[in-house]
Design a protein around this ligand. Structure first.
Ligand code: DGL
Length: 275
């Protein structure tokens, strides 16, 4: 039996999953959370499905060893490619970010034209397109990979001229399609939200992080898995590379201190993979 006192586990390829961490923390303040950012191997979005799956299994195994009661795959790329396989691998509930985002997009669109922005792997997988079509067949879906958004965010350059020019370059054509809704289909993108909104104008932006946090709350309460309010919630962070940049950018985004952070070694380094 799962202990309700156990933490929620969240993993992402890097810092972007903090967008999901933040929403879950604010919706469920009594819950303890263990967060793993695979900062040594970010970005996942340019890698093959085999490599993404292998990395995601390692992250899953690590978090399961921390005795979590529920796993959130905060990375859109992993959710698009290996969510089902992770779900069959472990015995706790596993929640991805694609379906919640797709549901919110379908609820939001009035003219049936939805844009998806994400990593190359997410867009190539058609995971959002398929999830949206399962809900409503007549929605037109336009996908756009924005590979430079992730390094911008990891670097903390989320506003200013460079961010603006890059966002404009990627989204200029997409806005001409007359969409009324765009899904921020990558955990890093909500950090660029203001620049994206200024570029696309009067279009609803869907933040999968908020939608995913709602699903986590539903699953925990429907299954009687919510934690009691007696003890203080513990927030622990693990990264696979030096924590300095993660802490700097993360604290700015969370507007709070990241106190308990540990560097762990991924089983296989990126260098070994590339050889
Ligand atoms: N966090 C990943 C996602 O949501 C993006 C970053 C990456 O490419 O690793 O897709």
């Amino acid at each position: 039996m799962t202990n309700n006192e156990n933490a929620i586990g969240i993993f992402d390829s890097g810092i972007g999953g903090l967008t999901v961490f933040k929403e879950i923390s604010s919706m469920l303040p009594a819950e303890s959370i263990v967060y793993l950012g695979d900062t040594a191997r970010v970005p996942y979005g340019i890698r093959s499905p085999e490599v993404v799956t292998r990395y995601s299994f390692e992250c899953t195994d690590f978090l399961v060893r921390q005795k979590i009661k529920l796993l959130v795959v905060a990375c859109n790329t992993v959710s698009a490619i290996s969510l089902r396989r992770i779900q069959t691998k472990v015995s706790i509930p596993v929640i991805g970010v694609i379906e919640p985002g797709a549901r919110a997009a379908v609820a939001s669109t009035k003219n049936g034209k939805v844009g998806i922005i994400g990593t190359e792997a997410t867009i190539r997988s058609n995971a959002y397109l398929n999830a949206i079509r399962m809900l409503r067949e007549d929605v037109e879906v336009f996908g756009q990979a924005c590979p430079l958004f992730v390094p911008l965010v990891e670097e903390g350059w989320t506003d200013g001229i460079i961010a603006r020019l890059i966002v404009e370059k990627y989204l200029k054509e997409m806005v001409k399609k007359g969409l009324d809704t765009i899904v921020l289909g990558c955990t890093h993108y909500p950090l660029l939200r203001d620049v994206i909104q200024n570029t696309v104008g009067d279009v609803s932006l869907i933040d999968s992080a908020i939608e995913t946090a709602k699903v986590v709350m539903e699953v925990l309460s429907e299954n009687g898995m919510l934690r009691g309010q007696n003890n203080e919630a513990i927030k622990k962070f693990f990264v696979t590379d030096s924590p300095k940049k993660f802490v700097n950018v993360g604290e700015g985004f969370l507007k709070g201190k990241i106190k308990d952070i540990t560097t762990i070694k991924p089983k296989m380094s990126r260098e070994q993979d590339e050889n």
